[in-house]
Design a protein around this ligand. Structure first.
Ligand SMILES: *Cc1c(COP(=O)(O)O)cnc(C)c1O
Length: 411
């Protein structure tokens, strides 16, 4: 879609396209503030899922028949939609994965194979477990060293410390674009420049960024960018790894099987070209096509207006929460997106989350797959409200009332 075709951003109209938001839980109108964990799906995506399985269901890439060819075309079309949306140079640089976790594991295994003992991987202290554990496993397997760039109490990367840890030994920087727990936006473009200056590559975990801001992998100049479909209004079980072509070409395949081969004999197998080299077996065809639909939907929206709206919701919620006595906001970075994590003195996050749930409000409680981060703050977990463009100030008001009520019940 071109710029001119974007529809003006009107929350009420957007909400109508998300059937899941129209339900009640425990007799209360649902307020869905768990978008950091997964997002709801617009009608166009639901329709695409239905259409695919009702009409187009066939295996792709090898079929001679009509349905197979149609499914192949749609699947490859989705790849192109995604390529354009994140501004990749070629659609061959878009690899379908199962999600962010799968994408990182692919890089850890495949790019990791090119590394040698003593090489270093640099991550940050605010990473999701899925951007920690695959590197730990790789470091064990290949005798590499994992370095962790620390953060300050506000939840921002400490630049000087990062700079000190980034050396000629660093082969890869793996860092989240936006922290799922704190909302911190990392300066990934700047980090990419620094990484490249010492000859390192950079992987950006985009699981929390693509649904909130425009993504341009060329401008960012990252070597890898990963995200999950389900957090960007698409189905679960599918995601994307973007990688620079020359790098992907140099990397060995991650998994072996059908579709990733060019020629197989018992003595020797040659591999298929990109992107198929990294897509062994039957992919999640419906998932890929419907992720394409979700991205198409997103590209029809005014992303600037979305950003303004989401930022407003987060500020509004945070300011109101801040008025409670004993309230501690976790994550106060200057550059932050629509996540508000908090704890109340003397109240376990789980208890608060449970009471909010009974009032129809879906939030997440716990460590948010960032246990080292919880250790850093010395807390068991937080309550996290994470917003999407379909949320409203009115919902925030109801949420604040519910928090107040819950606190009174728990004190
Ligand atoms: C959700 C998330 C992941 C993991 O995504 P999956 O869809 O579970 O694979 C990784 N990193 C961040 C920052 C996330 O928010």
């Amino acid at each position: 879609m071109t710029e001119g075709q974007k529809t003006p951003f009107i929350v009420r109209e957007i909400r109508e396209q998300f059937p899941a938001l129209r339900q009640q839980v425990y007799g209360k109108n649902l307020i869905y503030f768990d978008n950091g964990a997964t997002s709801q799906k617009p009608q166009v995506v639901l329709d695409a899922i239905n259409k695919y399985y009702s009409k187009d269901n066939a295996n792709i890439h090898r079929g001679v028949h009509f349905m197979s060819q149609r499914a192949t075309t749609d699947f490859e079309e989705a790849r192109k939609i995604i390529q354009k949306y994140i501004h990749a140079r070629k659609s061959e640089e878009i690899i379908f994965t199962k999600g962010t976790t799968d994408g990182i594991n692919l890089v850890a295994n495949s790019f990791g194979d090119l590394l040698t003992p003593g090489d270093e991987i640099l991550i940050s202290a605010m990473e999701h477990h899925s951007n920690i554990v695959p590197w730990q496993m790789l470091c064990q397997r290949k005798q590499l060293i994992l370095r962790v760039a620390p953060i300050n109490k506000k939840g921002e990367l400490i630049t000087e410390e990062f700079d000190k840890l980034l050396t000629k030994k660093t082969k890869l920087v793996a860092i989240t674009h936006i922290s799922n727990t704190l909302g911190t936006i990392n300066p990934v473009k700047e980090l990419a420049q620094k990484a490249h200056a010492v000859g390192a590559k950079i992987l950006v975990d985009g699981a929390q960024s693509i649904q909130h801001m425009p993504i341009d992998v060329k401008d960012m100049d990252c070597d890898f960018f990963v995200f999950s479909s389900h957090k960007v209004f698409g189905p679960t079980g599918i995601g994307v790894l973007y990688g620079k072509e020359d790098l992907l070409d140099r990397m060995p395949p991650y998994q072996g099987g059908g579709d990733m081969i060019s020629r197989v004999t018992f003595e020797r197998t040659t591999y298929n070209e990109l992107p198929h080299k990294f897509e062994a077996g039957t992919p999640h065809i419906a998932g890929g096509i419907c992720l394409g639909e979700a991205i198409k939907f997103l590209s029809g929206l005014d992303i600037d207006a979305i950003q303004t709206h989401e930022k407003d919701l987060a500020h509004y919620a945070q300011d109101l929460l801040d008025t409670f006595e004993g309230m501690r906001i976790i994550g106060e970075a200057k550059k932050k997106t629509s996540v508000v994590s908090f704890i109340m003195e003397g109240i376990h996050p789980f208890d608060l989350g449970t009471l909010l749930d009974k009032q129809g409000i879906a939030v997440r409680t716990g460590h948010h797959c960032t246990q080292p981060l919880m250790d850093f703050y010395g807390i068991p977990g937080t309550v996290r409200a994470s917003f999407a463009f379909y949320n409203t100030r009115q919902e925030v008001d109801t949420f604040i009332e519910a928090v107040e009520k819950s606190i009174q019940m728990l004190k």
